[in-house]
Design a protein around this ligand. Structure first.
Ligand code: NAD
Ligand code: IPM
Ligand code: MN
Length: 377
């Protein structure tokens, strides 16, 4: 932090609907600051598809260095159909998660009042789940390649916990073009995220959490996960229930109210959190926080939604709730709580047409943002 009550925050609005939703989140964070006595100094970064296509630059080292002195990053979304998938997503989003060792990805899935959901919920149940996603390992390591012939792949990968180097030599006989992608789990990596899941469960008054696994098909990777995570859970006095991720998806669609905290390896966490966003009312209400021991990055879990970009159809609630997670992480808990209450009130009290298109109304992101802001001032 620069000085008390003053924060430096990096804004990467990004691609597609990113700028539309981040604009609203930023406005609300600024006004909350005025109300609660803090000030945000924003540093705007242009990274994303347009910047890349214009300049060839993805995410320069100088920008990462600058961010090292900041309090948080607020990000919209990265990815554009004009750019080959992976270039910007890995080059910006994943690079930041890895560089700052943001090993925890918290993805709450909460049903807000009046938000229509695709399943029938018993009156006495609530849908309030937290996905605790491991955010630096698994199949996201970036270990892999495609080859027309034998695979000979040298890797040198840096993570907060270790450096990974080595060479992979594989040959298919008879030869055929092929591709490989490797996943890894380290004991320290599994322990620290499991510890986080235990703390999150504890803070929700739970004695148990669920691990999304798949040790029946991938016993090496996810069998290791189960062993290490269950040992860590035991140390925290928490019960850990192991469920294969396929069955978990089935159960989540049928009775999500049975779940509280779900711990996921990186890839399963990505998938399960989108599934839960769909169940809880939409990607447009699903916020996310990437957290490590240094600065964090706060972003809606949705992408750049090129199908609706520029059409006034984006729901900014996820971005606004991500800003609330950001404020609570930098210690502005009252402001954060205020934003959550304002969102709840907006969703509960608004006329149907004042809701975002995703929720059945016709409010543009600006209109939705304005209606939330009015409940904060
Ligand atoms: P997506 O999340 O962008 O969209 C999936 C569906 O949800 C689309 O129909 C979209 O219109 C809808 N949707 C998403 N956010 C919405 C919102 N706020 N309001 C209303 N509707 C919303 O996923 P995708 O289509 O698979 O990906 C599009 C691009 O975004 C790709 O380039 C992908 O790599 C990238 N992506 C980026 C992030 C990120 O930056 N964090 C996350 C996911 C996907
Ligand atoms: C997300 C996204 C990213 C991920 C992509 C864009 C790399 O889907 O934040 O959920 O897979 O983590
Ligand atoms: Mn995703």
């Amino acid at each position: 932090m620069t000085s008390p009550g003053k924060y430096k925050i990096a804004q990467i609005a990004g691609d597609g609907i990113g700028p539309e939703v981040i604009g609203e989140a930023r406005k609300i964070a600024d006004h909350s600051g005025k109300k609660h006595g803090f000030e945000i100094e924003w540093k705007d970064y242009p990274f994303g598809a347009s910047h890349y296509l214009k300049t060839g630059e993805i995410l320069p080292e100088t920008a990462i260095k600058e961010m090292e002195d900041m309090d948080a990053i607020l990000l919209g979304a990265i990815g554009d159909p004009r750019v080959k998938p992976g270039i910007l997503e890995r080059g910006i989003l994943l690079t930041l998660r890895f560089h700052f060792d943001m090993y925890t990805n918290l993805r709450p899935a909460k049903k807000y009042p009046r938000v229509p959901i695709p399943i029938r919920m018993p009156e006495d149940k609530i849908l309030d789940i937290l996905v605790v996603r491991e955010n630096t390992e698994d199949l996201y390591m970036g270990m892999g390649c495609a080859s027309d012939g034998p695979i000979s792949y040298e890797m040198n990968i840096k993570r907060g916990l270790y450096e990974l180097s080595g060479k992979l030599d594989l040959k298919l006989t008879p030869s055929t073009p092929s591709a490989v992608q490797l996943g890894i789990a380290s004991e320290k990596g599994v322990r620290r995220i499991t510890a986080r899941a235990c703390r999150e469960a504890d803070s929700r008054g739970l004695q148990t959490f669920t691990l999304a696994s798949k040790s029946n098909a991938m016993p090496q990777l996810y069998g290791f996960w189960e062993e290490v995570a269950s040992d860590e859970a035991e140390k925290h006095g928490m019960e850990m229930k192991m469920v294969n991720v396929d069955a978990l998806c089935y159960h989540l669609v049928r009775n999500p109210w049975e779940y509280g905290v779900i711990l996921c390896p990186n890839l399963f966490g990505d998938i399960v959190s989108d599934l839960l966003a769909g169940l809880a009312g939409g990607l447009g209400v699903a916020a996310g926080a990437n957290i490590g021991d240094r600065l964090g990055m706060y972003e809606p879990i949705h992408g750049s939604a090129p199908d609706i970009a520029g059409k006034g159809m984006a729901n900014p609630v996820a971005a606004i709730l991500s800003a609330s997670l950001m404020l609570s992480s930098i210690g502005e808990n009252e402001a954060a709580g205020d934003i959550e209450s304002a969102v709840s009130a907006y969703l509960q009290e608004s006329d149907d047409e004042d809701l975002p298109v995703e929720l059945g109304g016709n409010a543009t992101p600006e209109k939705a943002g304005q209606l939330i802001l009015e409940r904060i001032l």
